[in-house]
Design a protein around this ligand. Sequence first.
Ligand code: AMP
Ligand code: MG
Length: 418
Amino acid sequence: MTQLSDDCFAFGGALMSADEALEILDRRIEPVTGHETVPLSAALHRVLSEDVVAREASPPHDNAAVDGYALRFSDLRPDRDSHLPVAGRATAGHPWRDAVPSGAAVRIFTGAVMPAALDTVVMQEDVTVEGDTVSVPPGLKPGANRRKAGEDIAAGAVILRRGARLRPQEIGLAAAGGMAELAVYRPVRVGLFSTGDEVREPGGGLTPGEIYDANRYMLRGLLQGLGCAISDLGILPDRADAVRDALAAAAGDHDLLLTSGGVSTGEEDHVKAAVEALGALHFWRLAIKPGRPLALGHVNGTAFVGLPGNPVAVMVCFLRFARPIVLRLGGAVDLRPSLYKVPAAFAHRKKLDRREWLRARLGTDDGGRLAAFKFDKQGSGIISSLVAADGLVELPERMTELSAGEMVDFLPFSEVLG
Ligand code: AMP
Ligand code: MG
């Protein structure tokens, strides 16, 4: 009896808030060491391990922003049409290299290098052409429609910082700056498991009591978006020794072991016991919904994250807790997603002192304003609600009643997937 109540105290201690949990993660997790150089074509989702210094300016030369005629602004009359002879032609990749006589223009196309001494481009839609002469109406601004060399990237400038996650646009910028490859942290190696005697590989058929493994495939996609090297380690049975052996075997080759299911207080939940036998569990009861319980610890020094079993809780807990861990392990510096204020198109009641996430889609309310609409079925096994939703409404601990029209924090899935 004494033993039992000790255990109850140890397992059932005070709930930890979501912010406390995130703060602890920030302090305790160090990036993986080691980096490598990858070609731009393999850089998506990776994290820069060094600042990127532009080799070259972009654009490399002054060039035309439109199709039209390049000219000297000083040749134009401010009060009436100017008639300029067309002395040459410049297309993208084929500069006009000859000197342009004073008072003359050059036919030019978007992206073509500005001929020497010409400073302004008039759009072809704005002129009239007769024979070899172009007539330019008054009103053009000096330097109009000319892109300046280096206006995007100055040669030698730091264009991307260490710790930046490489999205398509970062890779495009690096390419424009003349980089063919980038120095990145090595990928975070994640060993991914599901747990549960009832959990089966999709497609194999089910006997009564069994369900297909949704979590492992969802988590795989989430991890891929973060640039991880994923080992799919399958489904673990609900047996303490099997879980312990599998975790121990995987720990050495991975930076993170990620499981779903088997971490509540039920006697069938063996993951917690296995982790405690091999390493430590830092905390596991969070004041959140959905999601509690969530296990965080280490197995022989390798980070361990045990997500809940219910698929919606898996997604929410991954996005809010596992994702910053993975990013931090991977050397990324920007770990917190942006939330956006939107009015709620629904009323809702919740428990005090618990952070709660609701699946919601964005739409327009009766007044034509953008608003968040709660998905009807909020059960934590309702995977279709994740598909229907655009993101999560995040309700703070102190709130107990939400009225329609009140502003809420909205986390778009697009902010955190990939
Ligand atoms: P547990 O935390 O192991 O008690 O699991 C909670 C709920 O999530 C149970 O209904 C499980 O059947 C379900 N569940 C656990 N793992 C998975 C999985 N990989 N895919 C789908 N559902 C799961
Ligand atoms: Mg289970």
